[in-house]
Design a protein around this ligand. Structure first.
Ligand code: ZN
Ligand code: ZN
Length: 254
């Protein structure tokens, strides 16, 4: 499985992540923060399936912009998968014909448009040769983490979360788990703040990593640009070779 944390909008430093999105096997996106900023139009047109972990701006900002960019040329329906609370928020606050057109309410000349698919936590969804399972995590709004499997391997993406249990229990029980992507928004000195707002710091990330109980590559992402250097220092201080800082724009084969 090929996965890339897409570059997230840092003009001065490409490691800065203002917007969050992953691209898997060039066809499935997890979150849509940076999609049209990070990808050519041709690569945007190749994406058919997008999972949105929650409604926060940094995870969906690119979706309305990408739709506008490719809508007239789209030859296939774009399917956006999310829990009902997220879909309701996107419809009500973004695709409401005020902030942005409701791209679900009309079709292009190829007779396709945007369609929302409600995800039920725990129920697998098939996307080509991938299977995706959503698990609720602990954030300030309803949010899901994802387990993504192909025939041989599985990965887990935390979504925005503080300390959580069900997702890691699921990950722990997957023999084929080969990598974890865990958010790390704040430095250790702001761990209390992180917990309060449903986020993690390096020391809190390490506690979550230990719940998986496997020595697998664990990529820290969702590093707030304001604390980038401090968080990197804190992560390096863990001195654990399995904890890796996800490099935006780099393809990982996991
Ligand atoms: Zn969030
Ligand atoms: Zn976020």
């Amino acid at each position: 499985m090929k996965i890339q944390l897409l570059p997230g909008g840092g003009a001065n430093n490409p490691k800065e992540q203002y917007l969050t999105s992953f691209l898997i096997n060039d066809e499935l996106a997890v979150d849509a923060g940076a999609l049209p900023l990070a990808l050519s139009r041709a690569r945007q047109l190749a994406i058919r399936h997008i999972f949105i972990t929650h409604a926060h701006l940094d995870h969906m900002a690119g979706l309305p912009l990408m739709l506008d960019n490719i809508f007239t040329e789209m030859s296939q329906t774009i399917l956006v998968y999310a829990i009902k609370e997220t879909i309701d928020a996107l419809h009500q606050h973004i695709f409401n014909n005020v902030i942005w057109p409701d791209f679900t309410s009309f079709k292009n000349s190829n007779d396709v448009n945007l369609q929302f698919q409600i995800v039920t936590p725990g129920q697998p969804i098939k996307v080509n040769d991938l299977e995706i399972i959503a698990i609720p995590v602990s954030h300030t709004v309803p949010t899901i983490g994802l387990v993504i499997k192909n025939q041989e391997k599985a990965i887990v993406i935390s979504g925005d979360t503080g300390s959580t249990e069900e997702l890691w229990l699921k990950a722990r029980n997957l023999d084929e788990l080969t990598a974890a992507f865990i958010e790390c928004s704040y430095p250790n000195r702001l761990s209390d703040l992180a917990s309060k707002y449903g986020h993690l710091s390096p020391q809190l990330l390490f506690a979550e990593y230990q719940k998986i109980g496997k020595n697998i590559p664990t990529f820290a992402y969702h590093i707030k640009p304001a604390y980038l250097e401090e968080i990197i220092t804190d992560l390096q201080a863990l001195e654990n070779k399995h904890i890796i800082i996800a490099e935006p724009g780099q393809d990982y084969e996991v």
